[in-house]
Design a protein around this ligand. Structure first.
Ligand code: FCB
Length: 480
């Protein structure tokens, strides 16, 4: 995909870009990355809590046992949300803490302590008039369910449907936007191909595909369960959209790799949700075991009320002649663009293209229904060791400010081009536990000094607050 020509901006826009009235400015989080939920951590209730028992699995050998102590500090952190003038906030419900369940047996209620904690926080958000996006599966499973095969087993969607139903009953008045599953493809890839996340399996593409099928079933039944309790609920899932580009544009093999990655990573899930059928691209659909996974999934078709896109970067891809069996090729690391500290290229044009071209088909349901778009994650990582003390390190995060502004400019252009984007959630409010990268990879607008848990707003937080409050992206007048 080559970047598209973006609409020109006029003279007034040279000075400031005004976003549509009512645009939702917010931040996104997920429970395991911030909470340090006492019951989950002490009793190793989730697959992730268990996975991090072995610190060698985490790049900086940290764990999320404390994370941001959000469980203890969430009421204080509401003040940060208020200070930043946020109008939206994305949380995820801690499935393992709220509903452990048991094989073959469906729980009939949620854990009272966990409910109390979420109720308190959500009531705080309501007082601030902040709209709530809530995810039901953000990469962590009850540990027993993970050991039982996770999304490869039919028990998982069954349990998930009950979880969705109970959560919808309990929190129906507190949530504005429901997200069933977060980034199903990232989960499948990390869990079954890269092996960096639980269940830690490597190069098992068939299981990765099965887990995608399982997550599609999970999305369908959760969506149905939520709507059976709350018929007017707005429900979706998030898709991590990553543009792929060939390393060598004259090399047909690189183009093939790009086609395959794009069709699987970006399109497989949204296409299935739209049509109600899982269908693998050529040549994967020629493989018997993969073909068997194809076909209609009950209650899946059009089970989506808005499009939720997570966008961070693009990926240059190449076919490796030395490993010809790997038809997905590999990531090429030669880039002329600025990268964040995790090596992710800063590529705002990709966001424009995703919105205007690549995801356009999913902005309409099969029945012609119009689906608005929300950016449910976008952010910049810098790396600073977890045990750094208070100094002023990392508060002047100009690269994060630049990243934010460039992506908002691209977003504005997409809106000008006619795309109905209604909100932008920056990932993330606080530095947090970045999965296999640990605590050192930091995305926060607000810095956390982990040894003391001190919170301090970075330059990017002030910048974001200015934008959120004014609903405008202002450019400094050129000198003279
Ligand atoms: C996304 C995840 C989120 C966070 C960001 C950096 O893929 O949804 O949990 O790790 O990346």
């Amino acid at each position: 995909m080559s970047p598209t020509q973006t609409p020109k901006i006029n003279e007034e826009e040279n000075h400031k870009l005004s976003f549509p009235q009512g645009f939702l400015w917010g931040c996104a989080t997920s429970h395991f990355q911030i909470e340090g939920f006492p019951d989950e951590i002490q009793n190793r209730l989730s697959d992730w809590a268990n996975w991090t028992n072995d610190k060698s699995r985490i790049a900086d050998q940290t764990s999320a046992d404390e994370a941001c102590q959000f469980y203890q500090r969430h009421l204080d952190d509401l003040a940060l949300i208020e200070e930043l003038g946020l109008k939206a906030f994305r949380i995820s419900f801690n499935w393992p803490a709220l509903m452990m369940g048991q094989k073959g047996q469906l729980a009939d209620r949620l854990d009272e302590n966990a409910v109390r904690y979420y109720k308190q926080f959500l009531a705080g958000l309501k007082r601030l008039d902040v709209k709530v996006f809530a995810t039901l599966f953000h990469f962590t499973l009850p540990d027993w369910l993970s050991k039982d095969g996770g999304w490869l087993s039919d028990e998982c969607p069954r349990q998930f449907a009950r979880f969705a139903e109970l959560v919808a009953r309990e929190f129906g008045n507190d949530v504005d936007f429901w997200l069933t599953i977060n980034e199903p493809l990232a989960y499948a890839y990390q869990g079954y191909v890269n092996g960096a996340w639980p269940p830690g399996i490597k190069n098992d593409y068939l299981s990765a595909f099965k887990s995608i099928q399982g997550q599609l079933k999970g999305h369908a039944v959760a969506c149905k369960a939520i709507k059976s309790v709350l018929p007017e609920a707005k429900v979706s899932y998030t898709i991590h959209w990553r543009p792929f580009e060939p390393k060598n544009r004259f090399n047909p093999f690189d183009h093939f790799v790009v086609y395959l990655r794009n069709s699987v990573f970006n399109h497989l899930f949204p296409a299935a949700v739209r049509t109600g059928r899982l269908q693998f691209p050529f040549p994967l659909n020629l493989i018997g075991e993969v073909k068997k996974l194809e076909g209609k999934i009950d209650d899946l078709s059009d089970s989506c009320d808005f499009l939720a896109i997570n966008y961070y970067t693009r990926e240059i891809s190449t076919y490796n002649l030395a490993a010809p069996a790997n038809i997905f090729g590999e990531r090429a690391l030669n880039t002329s663009l600025t990268c964040n500290d995790m090596g992710w290229e800063v590529f705002p044009d990709g966001l424009y293209d995703v919105l205007v071209k690549e995801s356009a088909v999913y902005q309409r349901g099969l029945d012609g229904r119009h689906l608005p778009v929300y950016i449910t994650e976008n952010g910049y990582a810098s790396t600073h060791a977890a045990d750094l003390g208070p100094g002023d390190w990392s508060l002047n995060d100009n690269q994060r400010v630049d990243y934010l502004r460039l992506h908002l400019e691209a977003l504005y252009r997409a809106i000008k081009a006619g795309i109905d984007v209604r909100g932008y959630l920056y990932w993330s409010l606080l530095d947090n536990f970045e999965w296999a990268e640990g605590l050192a990879a930091r995305f926060g607008l607000v810095r956390i000094v982990y040894p003391t848990q001190e919170r301090k707003a970075r330059a990017s937080a002030h910048e974001f607050a200015k934008i959120a409050r004014s609903n405008e992206l202002v450019f400094e007048a050129p000198d003279g």
